[in-house]
Design a protein around this ligand. Sequence first.
Ligand code: PLP
Length: 441
Amino acid sequence: MVNSTQTPLASPTIDPLRGSMAEFARPSGPDLIARTAGIVPYIAARTAASVWPFARVITSAPVTTVHCEVADGSVRSGLNFGSQDYLSLAAHPAVHEAAIRAIRDYGVHTASSAALQGCTDQSRALERDLADLLAMEHVVLFPTGWGAAYGAVTGLVRPDDHVVLDRLAHASLQAGAAAATQNVSYTEHLNVDAIRRVLTGIRAKDAVNGILVISEGLFSMDSDSPDLHAIQVVCREFQATFLVDVAHDLGALGPGGTGHLGASGILGGIDIVMGAFSKTFASNGGFVATNHPGVRAYVAAYGGPHMFSNALSPVQIAVVRETVRIVRSDEGDRRRGALMEAVSILRSALGDAGLTCLGDPSPIVPVLIGRSPLARLACSSFMRRGLFANLVEFPAVGVRAARFRLQVQADHTPAQAREAAAIVVDAVAEAKSLIAATEQA
Ligand SMILES: Cc1ncc(COP(=O)(O)O)c(C=O)c1O
């Protein structure tokens, strides 16, 4: 937060509005510890200027209004558009009850990997719940969504195989691909023809090794979705396997919460589906789903974190079971309706004020700002005004493609959506005039 004695543009040595974390990503020198030192003044300069909006701390459940402590130590209360709890289930009384019952019945810890003795009868029940939701045969659970993505790729892909990813695929999928093989290609975002071209090139040279094509049901930086059916068809043509990550859309969108898969009429028809519980299902954890028992066995045995990390806790399993139940119920439909109403109000209000909301209506509303200095100052301003939302800047997105990512919840009221939009609009205007004044000085 900006304090009264310091303008955000003032900094003695490092300009807190310039530079990015990309500059520190590949340090060099023989001493692994010594070479980390350079990043500290950079973060300190941004923190001192109130333009380091990361690592915030809240003092309650991630509901629609929170008390929030930002990195510079100042505490504000305000509207929470910075948590991923799309159907507002993290504080749902029935979900809490399920968690408490699980502690009574199973304790707090599974005390083993899922590959050994870390599953309870409830873990098996959750696998069945998810298989039903996705209309697929087999489900493998993972301790995190990150682990499910990494495990799905590394469980199946070997060094001579190929991985083809949408260039905006999540870091966990990219990490899995990089760990599995050096034959990794990236295609233009959402472009099915680009996938076809890459597959044609690979198959012209290599008819004997496998190809895994990876995309997402809803991309979280741009709030857009690919043509899943078309990609699956292209994959079949080239004997490639299609994996889709539904972390952001499953539960929150689509008929009965079936996400983009259900909305596209392709539920149960994609080779491999993986997802995370952390956006809609109120818990850490993830899964891989498939119709093929061999894929299930490979992902479980060779997909790292399923075997080599402790299984989901009884509480996490119970929470996800209860949230899946709500997602599939009439209440789930009502919550998705309320969510999309708030999304629509937010997007319209921002658009009417001349701001650009990227992509399609979804729980994620990316507001394109452009240059990082403007985005950093505006972000600082909206937090000071009582709105908490996320800044996304280079290298997570392109150099001049900084944006805010507002994450909407079913419990956000229309009035809160309108207020959030008004705060963003005022904050951007304030930041623009601050920059204009600095340039003129
Ligand atoms: C598309 C996607 N996949 C996987 C993950 C990892 O999930 P988790 O944070 O639950 O480990 C995320 C989380 O940000 C994500 O956005």
